[in-house]
Design a binder for this molecule. Structure first.
Ligand code: NDP
Length: 235
């Protein structure tokens, strides 16, 4: 039976590109996002059969557990988990609404922690299981107008390293991938190419290749892989 990969935030952008590449590698995909029609559309575009779409808001405790229970029941044990569900809402801290602070932390940080927790028991039954969480260079370096987004992504570094230690003895690997500017819905209208040493934004496919590297490389765990065209060097 082929490996089952769950991609949270798989309906668009980086998660969709990762879903595509994993399907090309012969994985069965469980594509998770709030909008089930969008997740279904992604599933329909994937190479191979046996892929399924699931609707879930990763910031909701009960929903995440129910969704992962349904995935395991319908599709079997999980080999790979990619946590790409996330959003930004840029504003200086003084202008950031408290409800936006809560939403950013609940989706970007809590959502990733909840889906890791919900997937782990199933992953214990699989040889070579691996998790990739998607952070951001902003979580490593900070950025004006992104205090809370940055905090939500920085939290993923401590979480990822700690979880990697916790589950290493069970041969489950956990890594963090931190993109710079990538062409997706999240960066529409941004003109920041001049800040990037390589002189351009990255593509979701380029990030997906790095996701695949972390999932498939058996001696790498607890690491942060920066995929940013050199942006971090200039921050
Ligand atoms: P997109 O906006 O293109 O896609 C976001 C995906 O996450 C969609 O599938 C969306 O589906 C899903 N999603 C959002 N909120 C939730 C939620 N609460 N529950 C479940 N699914 C959710 O973003 P990107 O592909 O650009 O971003 C992917 C990740 O990469 C994010 O964590 C982002 O912070 C990070 N990142 C992106 C960068 C970039 O330049 N693009 C740079 C650095 C990091 P739906 O709306 O249907 O739920």
């Amino acid at each position: 039976m082929s490996r089952l990969a769950v991609v949270c935030g798989g309906s668009r952008g980086i998660g969709k590109a990762a879903s595509r590449l994993l399907a090309e590698r012969g994985c069965r995909l469980a594509v998770v996002s709030r909008n089930q029609d969008a997740a279904r559309a992604t599933v329909a575009s994937l190479q191979g059969a046996d892929h399924l779409a699931f609707s879930c808001d990763v910031s909701k405790v009960q929903e995440v557990q129910k969704t992962f229970d349904a995935i395991q029941k319908t599709c079997g044990n999980i080999s790979y988990l990619v946590n790409a569900a996330g959003f930004n809402r840029d504003a200086l801290l003084l202008r950031t609404k408290p409800e936006d602070m809560v939403a950013l932390l609940e989706t970007n940080l809590l959502g990733t922690m909840l889906s890791c927790r919900a997937a782990l028991r199933s992953m214990l039954h699989v040889q070579g299981a691996a998790i990739v969480n998607i952070g951001s260079v902003v979580g490593l370096k900070g950025n004006v107008g992104q205090c809370v987004y940055s905090a939500s992504k920085a939290g993923l570094e401590g979480f990822t390293r700690s979880l990697a230690k916790e589950v290493a003895s069970r041969n489950i690997r956990v890594n963090l991938l931190t993109p710079g500017f990538i062409h997706t819905d999240m960066t529409v209208g941004l003109k920041e190419e001049d800040r990037v040493p390589l002189g351009r934004f990255g593509t979701p496919e380029e990030v997906a290749h790095a996701v695949l590297f972390l999932l498939e490389t058996p001696y790498v765990t607890g690491q942060v892989l920066v995929v940013d065209g050199g942006l971090q060097l200039a921050m």
